[in-house]
Design a protein around this ligand. Structure first.
Ligand SMILES: [Zn+2]
Length: 276
């Protein structure tokens, strides 16, 4: 079985110096390719360096490039030029993480919207897919996206945690949906159980969002408390259960979907087995 983690924050401080072992555990768990999420310009540069340092084969690690809506206030005169340069990197596969977060409001909303639009324009210009973050901002996100959608190749709403109306609005715009261990959270994720059935094959992908969102259903619970891409099979288990699919079937179609979406190379099954 092969899984692809479409969102891991491997540059996060909690992974400092242990990235190689984190990746070994991921490969051993069947997570054969990973997208390192770029949430700032500096962070994207670090993610691309990690891709090159930790994967000389150039088939396993790739990155996205963006400025998280929390940090939209950091966007300055240099940001667009620096971001544009990063988009040409051979390991770069998507624009983002970008979007709107009206839940925390760490940056003013008008600034979030402006920075999100700059990302969308760059994605159109470079014909790259978009990795979108949205919390409590469904309506504004839709209004902005609608102007760009016809010119965008593809876009995924990562870590979808919303309600049915939001899900359907994204599916209507032909967007992809990323599901995390939020679905394993018995306190705030159970509304996703009936909803994941509504996501068509070919539009659904899985992600850890590690080190965040440790699946609460995971047993035994790791002592260190952080999430890792190696726990992605727990997300697979929950999503398969609630879609009424086998884990093998769900792994097959979500992996095929991610590979197409991010233009990732095929990995031979024998290579995967050797790394177990
Ligand atoms: Zn996010």
């Amino acid at each position: 079985m092969q899984l692809i983690d479409i969102g891991v924050n491997l540059t996060n401080a909690s992974f400092a110096r242990i990235q190689p072992e984190v990746l070994e555990r991921a490969y051993a768990a069947g997570v054969c390719q990973l997208l390192l999420t770029g949430t700032s310009i500096d962070g994207t540069e670090q993610a691309l360096e990690l891709c090159e340092q930790l994967d000389e084969t150039a088939v396993r690690l790739f990155a996205t490039a963006g400025v998280h809506p929390h940090s939209a206030s950091d966007w300055n005169a240099d940001s667009e030029q620096r971001l544009r340069a990063l988009l040409a990197h051979p390991r770069l596969r998507a624009v983002g993480e970008c979007g709107l977060d009206f839940n925390r409001d760490f940056s003013p909303r008008a600034q979030q919207e402006k920075v999100f639009e700059r990302h969308l324009a760059l994605a159109v210009e470079h014909r790259l897919p978009v990795f979108i973050h949205e919390r409590d901002a469904n309506q504004r996100l839709l209004e902005i996206l609608k102007d760009y959608r016809d010119h965008l190749t593809a876009a995924v709403v990562h870590c979808f945690t919303g309600e049915q109306q939001a899900l359907f609005s994204y599916l209507d715009l032909d967007l992809h949906i990323g599901i995390t261990g939020w679905i394993c959270d018995e306190r705030r994720g159970t509304h996703l159980h009936p909803l994941v059935r509504e996501i068509p094959r070919g539009r659904l992908m899985l992600e850890s969002d590690a080190p965040y969102l440790l699946p609460r259903s995971l047993r035994p619970k790791p002592k260190h408390g952080r999430n890792e891409p190696a726990y992605l099979p727990e997300v697979l288990r929950a999503v398969a259960l609630h879609r009424g699919e086998t884990e093998a079937d769900l792994a097959q179609h979500t992996t095929a979907c991610a590979r197409t979406f991010f233009a990732l190379p095929v990995i031979e099954e024998t290579v995967v087995e050797e790394n177990r």
